[in-house]
Design a protein around this ligand. Structure first.
Ligand code: NDP
Length: 331
């Protein structure tokens, strides 16, 4: 067996020096456990937080242990009644070719809802994050203006489309021409801005003639500094993430306070897990929209177990459109 371990905590951008691929014993399933073959691995920005030892809403990864996260796996051997060899499941599992887990910690993937990969994207954690953050905190009304940062990513691309379903004027911000084209031509965004090449403050004024009512923020930093002056009275800001600051040891807090006071905007941080009691509603709604074509999705998939670190690092340079996954085996 092989696994990928964290061996050193990064101060800034994570690189190969912080990670080690190592050979390990083949694990054996205990009572009520299954032996799993890893098929798809999800790489997610929040994992950067777990690489540091700072206190957060999830435990830091242990050093010299396998990194873990969202995985799709196939049951090879089962000591549990609820799962049979061949079943495809998803759960939080190690970055390892094979692993074991108690059956009750795994969710069976329903292949009727879409390709299995959707359980790590539009019909998984990123989809739920988009749905609850936008509908519960952003609460967009028809005709309001919704701005989304990291709009072509896993969460952002779903937020853009749900905001359109709600009838909003939607402006997406992303880091390449390919992504801005994807936003307007495929996802239905009214405007898309390339924050790397456009003059962001000017482009925002042009794209948001009626100001900003909802700012779904995945990014923080300078992108957000450019959005805040446009906040309308009583705007809402679902604060989903701040990826622009994850690798910056000198990151300052957001420079937004006076704009919040003047606009009486509501800014609210949230963790998708807060909505656990409503996950069923989220899955049902997302699956309905995927089923009737109102919601589409893109995946960027690398192939090979050894590609997992590269895929993860690429999140911070914007290599991915939609959900970044790594395929490690055939089903
Ligand atoms: P994405 O698929 O959006 O991938 C990350 C994207 O962020 C990159 O493609 C890149 O796109 C953009 N990015 C990277 N660095 C910067 C930077 N310095 N400035 C601006 N943009 C940058 O990831 P996810 O959809 O999985 O996650 C998006 C955000 O949501 C993250 O902040 C994440 O931590 C957060 N999150 C929060 C959750 C919660 O429960 N609160 C749950 C899930 C995610 P580009 O080319 O446009 O720069």
């Amino acid at each position: 067996n092989q696994e990928i371990q964290l061996v050193k905590r990064p101060e800034a951008m994570p690189t190969e020096e912080h990670i080690r691929m190592t050979n390990t014993e083949m694990p054996e399933p205990g009572k009520n456990e299954v032996l799993l073959k890893t098929v798809y691995v999800s790489v997610d920005p929040y994992m950067r937080g777990r690489m540091s030892s700072a206190k957060s809403y999830v435990e830091p990864f242990a050093l010299n242990k396998a990194i873990s996260g969202g995985v799709i796996a196939q049951v090879v051997e089962s000591n549990a009644e609820s799962l049979q060899p061949g079943d495809v499941v998803t759960g939080t599992l190690p970055w390892a070719k094979y692993s074991t887990a108690p059956a009750e910690t795994l969710r069976k993937v329903n292949p009727e809802l879409g390709p299995v990969t959707t359980s790590l994207g539009v019909l998984g954690m990123p989809g739920l994050t988009a749905y609850f953050g936008l509908t519960d905190i952003g609460n967009p009304k028809a005709g309001e203006t919704v701005v989304v940062s990291a709009a072509a990513g896993a969460v952002g691309s779903i937020v853009v489309q749900i905001a359109k379903i709600y009838g909003a004027h939607v402006v997406g911000i992303a880091g390449s021409e390919e992504k801005t084209r994807y936003l307007t031509e495929e996802l239905g965004a009214d405007k898309a801005i390339n924050y790397k090449t456009d003059n962001l403050p000017e482009a925002l004024i042009e794209s948001c003639p009626d100001g900003v009512d909802v700012y779904f923020d995945n990014v923080g930093g300078e992108v957000s500094d450019a959005v805040y002056p446009l906040l309308n009275d009583h705007a809402r800001i679902p604060q989903c993430g701040s990826i622009a600051t994850y690798n910056d040891p000198n990151a300052q807090g957001p420079r937004l306070q006076m704009h919040i006071v003047k606009s009486r905007a509501l800014i609210k941080g949230f963790i998708v897990g807060d909505y656990q009691p409503r996950f069923k509603e989220g899955f049902t709604k997302l699956a309905e929209w995927v089923g009737n074509g109102k919601l589409t999705y893109k995946e960027t998939i690398k192939t090979g177990f050894d590609q997992i670190p590269e895929a993860f690092f690429g999140l911070f340079t914007g290599e991915n459109i939609g959900k970044q996954l790594v395929k490690t085996a055939e089903i």
